[in-house]
Design a protein around this ligand. Structure first.
Ligand code: ADP
Ligand code: MG
Length: 361
């Protein structure tokens, strides 16, 4: 088992694209770590640079305290699962799983027992003689994982391993993967563009944009306290409300009303972007004392047990989630409130979270 230390890492392609652009991060021993970001932000390149399939232009990668920056992939102790699984079509499942061992000249009898054991762990019993073409997508995905695990790397690198599965299977595979990772305790870096997947699986998440790190934190931190409006927009199934506001003495004025906010050193009268998640707003139909925003319901969307209600507040549209049974009809006058710790203030120009706000508990 091993941690990963990345320092000042940049990977520049021959065409001049800086796909990874000066990254520092540490993945702890045994951690399930997600690299999250939109398509093209450099996730695959970062993973391939850790694996040694791309060479670092600047900076260093250490695995288990050993500098591997200039080591060839086979000597780094990493196992990678590619997005398209990269199974060998002409080999059966057993041969696919144990291919890395064959390369290392491990005896056939040992390979057979490893295939058996890993096949059991990955629920591939009875499929060891089949070829990849005779398997479902979910089974192929587990074969790719089995091959990575059987190679006994210190670090498991997974590039969007669930993205080729349909929605239902993806949820099952996600649960399976989380349990497997905890059982094995292997340090895992998981790449995904799906924020829900990262929130569900990871111990910590690094959110990337254009080759750079925009936030590193626990799922709870990146959800409840995005460090900037990029992360605020990217994380969450219902988008965070990001609204123009003006700092007042006891909070912030928005959409013809006001909300409480820890304004810290931000002066009264300053124009800011106010961030508040639909899940953290409370909708009432009666009278409310204290700071609030008033408006009328435009539309409500059913999300299952919750409804996402869009409220027109003085011309500004604000989203709020309510229990499905409390869904108000369009045209209903409503009042929105929030607690101070849920209302975040961002710099209007840079989009960075303004300092001195209470920490997430
Ligand atoms: P992600 O996995 O987050 O979608 P990638 O790491 O694949 O992102 O790509 C990051 C950037 O590097 C993109 O702009 C992409 O076009 C570019 N890129 C990826 N692979 C290559 C390559 N082999 N040569 C040149 N540019 C590349
Ligand atoms: Mg990719």
């Amino acid at each position: 088992m091993a941690g990963i230390d990345i320092e000042g890492l940049a990977t520049v392609y021959p065409n001049g694209v800086r796909a990874v652009d000066g990254l520092d991060l540490t993945v702890a021993d045994g951690e399930f770590f997600a690299l999250l970001g939109p398509s093209g932000c450099g996730k695959t390149t970062l993973l391939r640079t850790i694996a040694g399939l791309e060479s670092a232009t600047e900076g260093s990668v250490r695995i288990d305290s050993t500098d591997v920056t200039r080591l060839e992939p086979g000597k780094r102790g990493v196992a990678m699962v590619f997005q398209d699984y990269a199974l060998f079509p002409h080999m059966n499942v057993s041969e696919n799983i144990t291919y890395p061992l064959k390369v290392r000249r491990v005896a056939a009898a040992t390979r057979a027992s490893v295939a058996e054991k890993t096949g059991d762990e990955l629920s591939l019993q009875g499929l060891l003689e089949r070829r990849p073409g005779q398997l479902s997508g979910g089974q192929q995905q587990r074969v790719a994982l089995a091959r990575a695990i059987a190679s006994e790397g210190k670090v498991l690198l997974l590039d969007e391993p669930l993205s080729n599965l349909d929605a239902r299977l993806r949820l099952e595979a996600r649960t399976f993967l989380k349990k497997l990772q905890k059982d094995l305790g292997i340090t895992t870096v998981f790449v995904t563009h799906d924020q829900a997947e990262a929130l569900a699986l990871a111990d910590r998440i690094a959110v990337m944009q254009s080759g750079k790190l925009r936030q590193l934190g626990s799922p709870r931190e990146v959800f409840a306290r995005p460090a900037n409006t990029f992360v605020a927009n990217f994380i969450g199934s219902t988008p965070m409300n990001l609204l123009p506001g003006t700092v007042a003495s006891d909070g912030v004025s928005i959409a013809g009303g006001s909300l409480p906010a820890a304004t810290g050193s931000v002066p009264s009268g300053a124009e800011v972007t106010v961030g508040v998640r639909p899940e953290y707003l409370t909708l009432s139909t009666g009278d409310v004392s204290g700071p609030a925003v008033r408006g009328s319901v435009v539309v409500a969307e059913n999300l299952g047990t919750q409804s996402l209600v869009t409220v027109d507040c003085d011309g500004t549209l604000i989203g709020v989630t309510v229990p499905e049974e409390d869904e108000p009809s369009p045209g209903t006058p409503v009042v929105l409130t929030a607690s101070e710790q849920r209302v975040l203030l961002y710099d209007k120009e840079s989009g960075e979270l303004l300092a001195r706000q209470p920490a997430v508990v």
